[in-house]
Design a protein around this ligand. Structure first.
Ligand SMILES: Nc1ncnc2c1ncn2[C@@H]1O[C@H](COP(=O)(O)OP(=O)(O)OP(=O)(O)O)[C@@H](O)[C@H]1O
Ligand SMILES: [Mg+2]
Length: 497
């Protein structure tokens, strides 16, 4: 690399503590013009905290943050921050405004005199069309509150891409995207970095994506920088995992090691759509793949959230359809929502109530007894949740750690069916493998698992069979374990893997 570096932002000796918890203990991190820089680290390492400090939405305790202009001059923090766009780990859109208004608002907030509806719509269209033309054509006037999680994610990314920022910080932007959308996002990022010198900081726990998009990486661990600006290609997966402080065996696929399990005896669960019938014996792990439209209708029926005219679910001991999610839960149909922030986490209740929520519904109990505290701590230990106290609120935990609270709710609770929407969203690589193992154990005890994921590699690794949906929301087929491959899934879902 003969040429001098063109630094966009450089952070040095950054420290931050929340009360007695020291989160950042002297982090160094710098980003060059035109690069896609992966910021890596296990759950709770401090990635989101550092991003919030760089954008100014959290205060630092000590350390320096220096911004440079494209010509190399120093900028004030305020100037530097005006050139940053961020997609936070949890979506931050205004639900009562339209898609167009949400995308265009930052322009107007940055000094345009009056909100011009027509101009806003034009800007929003251009932004969305970069990643999805059809969505852009049909969604500008929809309210954010009516969008699915995954549509909201697209809007947020489009807003950042269109903001004219010189640096964009993407905190797990792909967690809600399908493989095809992720591909399109990456194409846009590559073009913008090459043509306009955009710099991107990319946080993800998906190794495959990191390799696809990031040329440089920085790894933080326990609040310190352990790898500073290494070429991604110079590190193996095992190196990265080891540097993050996770066991190196964690990345070895368990699939080969796990003997194909025989389905257990017992009444099957039967899923039907006109002309299509699937029998799920106790202990089956059924993957669900494809664009969200199809899977979400099926899942709503399975968990009693909505009745569908298309799908029926039957079991000898169940009514024709559930009257409510509560009834579904009591009859042994468990559910982990993919919308952690809006539907999963109970933000105003302490960690213990979040962990025990399902148990209380299933058992009909309300009081927090001493035995419950032990139960809560055991569940947290099984998932390696570190928290200063079980009485803290969930927003004191990192994103991936909050996800583990949702998993803890159903872990070890005897259920007939457990429906999982993207259960490892935001969970770090080491813990993912442990979760696969824990869910397999639940299957081995007789629970039918239905597992929807946008990460095809994950479905291959954990599922006995996978039901694939095409982009129109129709079931395109069911693939048995021995025939499973990323290519086959890509073919049936109509989406690149
Ligand atoms: N408001 C807060 N109060 C107390 N502690 C906090 C607060 N916000 C974050 N923390 C703590 O700071 C640490 C770092 O959290 P952070 O969200 O930055 O992690 P992360 O690297 O983004 O993890 P993940 O991969 O799970 O998103 C965690 O231990 C978390 O519990
Ligand atoms: Mg985070």
């Amino acid at each position: 690399m003969g040429t001098a570096r063109q630094i966009v932002v450089s952070v040095s000796g950054l420290t931050k503590a929340y009360g007695a918890t020291s989160v950042l203990k002297g982090v160094d991190f710098s980003v060059d013009r035109g690069e896609v820089h992966a910021l890596l680290g296990g759950n709770g390492a401090g990635k989101s905290t550092m991003i919030r400090i760089i954008t100014g939405s959290a205060a630092k305790d000590a350390g320096d943050i220096v911004f440079h202009s494209p010509s190399g001059e120093l900028r004030t923090e305020a100037e530097g921050r005006r050139k940053i766009a961020v997609v936070h780990q949890e979506l931050a859109l205004l639900p009562h405004l339209t898609v167009a208004e949400n995308i265009a608002l930052p322009y107007f907030a940055n000094g345009a005199a009056l909100f011009n509806r027509k101009r806003a719509a034009g800007q929003a269209y251009d932004a969305l069309a970069m990643i999805d033309r059809e969505f852009a054509a049909t969604s500008l006037q929809r309210l954010i509150g009516d969008l699915s999680l995954h549509e909201g994610q697209m809007v947020e990314i489009a807003r950042a891409l269109a903001s004219g920022a010189e640096l964009i910080l993407l905190d797990e932007p792909t967690a809600n995207l399908t493989a095809q959308e992720t591909d399109r996002l990456f194409t846009v990022l590559r073009r913008l970095t090459r043509e306009s010198g955009l710099s991107v900081v990319f946080v993800s726990h998906r190794m495959k994506e990191i390799r696809q998009i990031a040329n440089v990486c920085t790894i933080i661990r326990d609040g310190r920088t352990v790898v500073d600006r290494a070429a991604t290609a110079s590190l193996t997966d095992a190196d990265i995992i080891e540097k993050m402080g996770q066991t190196a065996t964690a990345h070895v696929s368990e699939r080969a090691a796990v003997p194909t399990r025989r389905a257990l005896d017992g009444e099957p669960l039967i899923i039907k759509e006109n002309g299509f019938r699937l029998e799920l014996r106790p202990g089956t792990i059924l993957g669900v793949a494809g664009a969200p439209a199809g899977p979400s209708t099926l899942i709503a029926t399975l968990v009693g959230a909505a009745r569908s005219r298309r799908w029926t679910v039957s079991h000898a001991s169940w009514p024709d359809s559930f009257s409510s999610p509560r009834q579904a839960a009591r009859l042994g149909s468990g559910f982990i929502t993919g919308d952690r922030s809006h539907k999963g986490i109970l933000h105003s209740l302490p960690i213990i109530d979040n962990v025990l929520a399902s148990r209380r519904v299933v058992r009909g109990s309300k009081v927090t007894g001493v035995h419950e505290q032990t139960e809560c701590l055991d569940l947290m230990q099984a998932l390696k949740v570190k928290a200063a106290s079980i009485w803290n609120l969930p927003n004191t935990l990192s994103g991936g750690t909050q996800q583990k609270l949702l998993l803890a709710r159903w872990l070890g609770l005897p259920s007939r069916l457990l429906v999982l929407e993207e259960p490892t969203r935001g969970v770090d690589i080491g813990t993912k493998r442990e979760i696969y193992h824990l869910i397999r154990q639940m299957a081995a005890s007789g629970t039918v698992i239905v597992w929807w994921s946008t990460e095809n590699a994950e479905l291959l690794e954990v599922c006995d069979r996978v039901m694939a949906f095409d982009t129109e929301g129709r079931c395109a087929g069911v693939i048995e374990n021995e025939d499973l491959s990323e290519d086959r899934l890509a073919e049936l879902t109509g989406m690149a893997a």
